[in-house]
Ligand binder design. Structure first.
Ligand SMILES: Nc1ncnc2c1ncn2[C@@H]1O[C@H](COP(=O)(O)OP(=O)(O)O)[C@@H](O)[C@H]1O
Ligand SMILES: [Mg+2]
Length: 350
């Protein structure tokens, strides 16, 4: 049994125009002690996925179908009280903006102690204070600063305090949603290294959610690429960033600096992810994909098992034989789909 099994999960938001299908049929598993990266551009459903796992969806959000099994139990069946018990103790979350997650009227110490005492009744004040000191040292904060209020901390320190809080109860699963996005590059690097070290010590599993693929390359064993509420591709980190089969992964990978090829030009995928109230039929990436054909616009792709990867592209099997040089060429990604179509009629595929 895996620690976390997400099966065919659908999470929608009620909107004026109808339900927005933010997470639509997502499945994956996470083993104990494993780190899974979830990548994709903004608006692809990553945060919604995390919130549904920890049980903090906003009022408009609801699980429309599927299961989230944690240690074998379906979280979507649990009552609010049962879920609150799991929070912090079994599953904790480091959100993008620590300022919003920390309460401004309590000191950091008070907040961590409160979390410990709520979940481990009977823990004495001395013991919980010791845990705070230990966690502060682990994330590289001076324990003497634990009696400060959140506003007395810099952004980087708040993020570390948040991580300390998320780790205090040694949860089995940590959801890190853009844990370092608001920080400068040096701070990012330090925090990522620390999270990796800490994780080795407490043996938690982690979902690392980010739009920045270099963060995932540094911290994760496996990667799930999400596009417009669906899985585009999933597999080991080396394969995903080495030889991906989904054009979206290929494009996304080229949008970030490559440590092995620092001089390589960065590109951006023209256009934006689609609206999720009335998502396109067929492959959701088709309208931005330089290789899309009519089939892509009509028929939803199934999973193709490719070299350890699970790739939801109709043409996954043709990438290595025909399409990879084309997909790897920056020129391919340099125009919008509309401009490309006007110029050539149709490009790539068959
Ligand atoms: N409270 C909400 N009400 C309605 N739609 C929402 C709400 N929160 C997010 N969405 C929509 O759900 C989709 C996924 O958003 P999100 O999970 O935040 O993506 P990501 O974290 O990948 O940027 C987006 O289309 C977004 O507009
Ligand atoms: Mg997000």
């Amino acid at each position: 049994m895996s620690l976390l099994e997400v099966e065919d999960l659908e999470v929608y938001y009620e909107t004026e125009d109808g339900p927005a299908q933010a997470v639509d049929g997502v499945s994956f598993e996470l083993e104990e002690g494993e780190n899974l990266g979830i990548v994709g551009e903004s608006g692809c459903g990553k945060t919604t996925l995390a919130k549904s796992i920890i049980g903090i969806l906003p009022d408009a959000g609801y699980v429309n179908g599927g299961e989230i099994r944690f240690k074998g139990d379906d979280l979507t069946d649990m009552t609010g009280a049962q879920r609150r018990r799991l929070k912090w103790e079994e599953i904790s979350m480091v959100a993008q903006s620590a300022m919003n997650s920390l309460d401004p009227v309590y000191t950091i110490r008070e907040q961590i102690v409160e979390a410990i005492e709520t979940h481990r009744p009977g823990t004495g004040r001395t013991e919980s204070t010791e845990i705070v000191t230990e966690m502060f040292e682990l994330v590289g904060l001076d324990p003497d600063r634990a009696d400060d209020y959140p506003h007395q901390f810099s952004g980087g320190m708040r993020q570390r305090a948040m991580i300390a809080m998320a780790l205090a109860l040694e949860p089995s699963l940590i959801l890190a949603d853009e844990p370092t996005t608001a920080l400068d590059v040096i701070m990012q690097d330090q925090i990522l290294k620390r999270m990796g070290k800490i994780q080795d010590e407490v043996n938690s599993s982690m979902l690392v959610i980010t739009h920045d693929v270099s963060v995932v390359a540094e911290t994760c064993d496996r990667v799930l690429v999400m596009y417009a509420g669906k899985v585009a591709e999933e597999g080991p980190v080396e394969e995903i960033f080495g030889q991906p089969y989904h054009p979206y992964t290929i494009g996304l990978k080229r949008a970030f600096p490559n440590i092995r090829k620092p001089t390589q030009d960065l590109l951006s995928i023209a256009g934006y992810p689609p609206e999720l109230v009335d998502p396109p039929t067929g492959c959701r990436f088709a309208e931005r994909c330089p290789m899309a054909t009519d089939r892509c616009r009509e028929e939803e792709p199934e999973a193709h098992q490719m070299n350890g990867l699970r790739s939801y592209c109709h043409y996954a099997e043709d990438i290595d034989t025909e399409l990879r040089p084309y997909a790897d060429n920056p020129e391919t990604w340099s125009q919008t789909a509309a401009a490309r179509k006007a110029e050539t009629g149709n490009v790539g595929g068959d």
